[in-house]
Design a protein around this ligand. Structure first.
Ligand SMILES: [Zn+2]
Length: 345
């Protein structure tokens, strides 16, 4: 059995589980079923950023006629870690130099840097470069993303599956009930956390504030020169050849991080510090404590008794193994364990 998970991020940059599905195989049909159900049951919001593996089945489903996972309903982006593994499987290189270059190209925030890595990839692996060049860069490279992915480049599978550790131990019905109770506990913890922050009068989450503090230490390494109309030039104190331009009017920096992560980069923070400007209005609302609180505000309705569950049609019912009276010791224990594999259909 496989467990499929769809997840988002909350304001504290923590994984926010949206939907789960148990399936025998992961195929084009299960992807279609899962993605369609998310649109029916979880969210009908337009303009979502969908980060997936670069897999032909997912691509086919997303681009099917009538799909609500293509533009303008959603913008598909690819997980960079998966893309790199796929690249190294298709174009093996024992020293992993080219895989490293693909990772660097995808993570760069500046287009010039991206172009330079692509040039290196072309020299080292012309076939690999051809394959990569066929994938639209805005779907896998941060430098070509317009801020839709908020700087999120990877699907963190560990974090996603951490919420359902007990799932593998008890199959089907039991697993689903356990998962539900774990979700409820996790939501309760995040809810009281967000309520605490709101009562303290915090505007942004602790993670955001910590990031600010850490970044402020590094921001002292720049010489800030005001230019015209809210633009500033920054030079590193000891490396004068490195220059960045921050434009506060449209919250951008030539380093690319400010607009792509929707969070002030080191250069913008240096400007705020020098000009005594409050940096908080330049942080996207999605990181605010208010958003954080709203995310976990809803209550969980209890799961009704199994007898009240609606019957599904066209799905086989699996009955538990019959436990024979004669079975003793280990055999009896094994049989009991098997009897837990009941599927409500
Ligand atoms: Zn910058």
């Amino acid at each position: 059995m496989k467990l499929m998970i769809a997840s988002g991020f909350d304001a504290a940059y923590k994984s926010f589980p949206l939907a789960f599905a148990v399936t025998k195989d992961v195929s084009i049909d299960s992807w279609r079923w899962f993605l369609t159900r998310i649109r029916e049951k979880v969210t009908q919001r337009k303009g979502l950023c969908l980060i997936t593996r670069h897999h032909p089945d997912i691509l086919a489903v997303v681009n099917e006629p009538g799909s609500q996972w293509k533009e303008p309903w959603a913008y598909q982006r690819f997980c960079l870690t998966h893309l790199c593994s796929q690249f190294s499987r298709l174009f093996p290189d024992h020293h992993h130099h080219t895989e490293y270059l693909v990772m660097q190209a995808g993570s760069s925030t500046q287009k010039a840097e991206f172009d330079s890595y692509m040039k290196d990839i072309k020299e080292k692996s012309p076939e690999g470069w051809k394959w990569l060049d066929r994938i639209p860069p805005h779907q896998w490279a941060l430098a070509h993303d317009s801020g839709l992915r908020y700087g999120v480049m990877m699907i963190d599978r560990k974090a996603l599956f951490a919420v359902c550790r007990s799932f593998q131990k008890v199959a089907m019905t039991g697993g689903v009930m356990l998962l539900f109770s774990e979700m409820k506990d996790a939501f309760d913890v995040s809810f009281s956390c967000s309520r605490g922050s709101l009562h303290r009068g915090d505007v942004y989450t602790e993670n955001v504030m910590r990031k600010f503090q850490e970044s402020l230490i590094g921001s002292g390494a720049y010489v800030v020169t005001p230019l015209e109309s809210d633009a500033f030039q920054l030079m590193e104190k000891y490396k004068e050849y490195k220059e960045c331009i921050v434009e506060l009017n449209d919250s951008t920096c030539t380093c690319g991080k400010f607009q792509r992560k929707r969070f002030p980069c080191l250069h913008a923070l240096a400007v705020f510090q020098k000009m005594k400007i409050n940096p908080l209005p330049y942080v996207d609302d999605c990181y605010s404590v208010e958003s954080y609180y709203k995310t976990y505000e809803a209550t969980f309705s209890p799961v009704p008794e199994m007898s009240a569950w609606p019957e599904a049609s066209g799905v086989p019912t699996l009955f538990p193994h019959v436990i024979l009276k004669k079975e003793k010791g280990k055999e009896k224990a094994k049989a009991k364990a098997r009897s837990l594999l009941v599927m409500k259909s």
